[in-house]
Design a binder for this molecule. Structure first.
Ligand code: PLP
Length: 357
């Protein structure tokens, strides 16, 4: 496929526009440098080892992910600093975690004493050291301990646990990412960061050093990067983007699309040969790239219905569909086609798609 134009490809295909990815990386990594924070890229949005390597080559050496299998894919393509931004609690996973900690600088999140003791026992038995962040709930009401005293006891426990290295805190504000009102988003985000840094200061006062304070996503990066006491941001969607995120973060371009072919035409609509099995709809309807008057009105398993006035679509025409959720769409495909200036530059497997372990 290398060198072929898009018109020579079968449909549907998952496309990545490398020029748009380059611009997104430059913007985010440049902002990180300017503001003195590390940008750790979230791999749960990408799931593709070739793309992780591409980002690494352009200055993004550190990654986080949601799952152990994603961390294993990252290690397999040479990434050496990996955060699993979740609690790993399954006894069956302890051996895999220890094996991975032998190969890379590996860090996980915790929010209970029991999990700290479980990790310490498993890592010290394997003779490895695992980095640990305490997850702090900065308003999302998902995982994590509340800001304040609760984290101090956990930090002291981690610091004296064999096999563990206390790294610091993670406070992710997922509830704010797609909020459209920038003023409200900023206010709520900064409140969360104040609580997070307040927690950092309490831990330091208790005599435990804090190396890392990490948080934020594509929707809140600009409020968190540069906040005093925060050392790192952890966005992921900024690489690929989607039409839901693009509505609130237009500074990043949509590099991900699904190439689909018109397979049926009526006077007021046409139908594409890809549906919800190829284009995630959990965050809403996708958009048609470069055709503002064409609106997706229905997405069934293998059909996308597109309506509009005076459309000139013919059977066999190609369209690029921009999904509303990039992360879930990457999880639907086995490979992606990396394109530059309309021609195929690389074909990468999406190794972690369809895996949840
Ligand atoms: C822990 C964590 N950090 C960061 C992010 C940011 O991701 P994104 O930039 O895709 O919003 C997420 C998204 O779910 C997350 O769960």
């Amino acid at each position: 496929m290398i060198g072929l134009p898009l018109t020579a490809l079968d449909s549907p295909q998952l496309l990545l526009d490398l020029d748009v990815i380059d611009a997104n990386l430059k913007r985010m990594f440049g902002a990180g440098k300017e503001r003195g924070v590390n940008v750790r890229t979230h791999f749960k949005s990408l799931k593709c080892g070739g793309l992780a390597r591409y980002i690494h080559e352009r200055g993004g050496a550190t990654f986080l992910c949601a799952k152990l299998n994603e961390a294993e894919v990252l290690a397999g393509v040479g990434i050496r600093d990996i955060l699993i931004a979740n609690q790993i609690v399954s006894p069956i996973k302890m051996q895999r975690l220890a094996e991975l900690a032998k190969r890379v600088k590996l860090t996980v999140c915790v929010d209970t004493e029991a999990n700290i003791d479980q990790l310490s026992k498993a890592m010290s038995a394997a003779g490895v050291t695992l980095g640990v962040l305490i997850e702090v709930d900065v308003g999302m009401a998902r995982c994590g301990v509340l800001p304040g005293e609760a984290a101090v006891g956990l930090a002291q426990r981690i610091a004296r646990s064999p096999g563990l290295r206390f790294e610091g805190l993670q406070g992710y504000d997922g509830h704010l990412q797609l909020m459209a009102d920038m003023g409200e988003k900023r206010t709520k985000c900064l409140q969360g960061m104040e609580q997070l840094i307040g927690t950092r200061r309490l831990i330091e006062k208790a005599g435990v050093a804090v190396n890392t304070v990490t948080g934020a996503g594509t929707g809140t990066w600009e409020f968190v990067a540069g906040f005093p006491g925060v050392t790192e941001i952890q966005p992921g969607s900024f690489v690929l983007m989607d039409c839901a995120y693009h509505a609130v973060r237009p500074e990043f371009g949509c590099s991900l699309s699904i190439l689909a072919m018109v397979m049926s035409v009526s006077p007021k609509w046409y139908v594409l040969d890809a549906g919800s099995k190829a284009i995630s709809k959990d965050f809403g309807m996708p958009m048609i790239k470069g055709h503002a008057g064409e609106t997706v009105t229905r997405l069934s398993e293998e059909h996308t219905k597109v309506e509009g006035e005076g459309m000139l679509a013919k059977v066999g025409d190609l369209r690029e569909v921009i999904p509303a959720h990039c992360c879930a769409t990457m999880n639907l495909h086995r490979q992606c086609i990396a394109v530059r200036a309309g021609k195929v530059e690389a074909v990468w497997p999406i190794e972690a798609s369809g895996r949840y372990d």
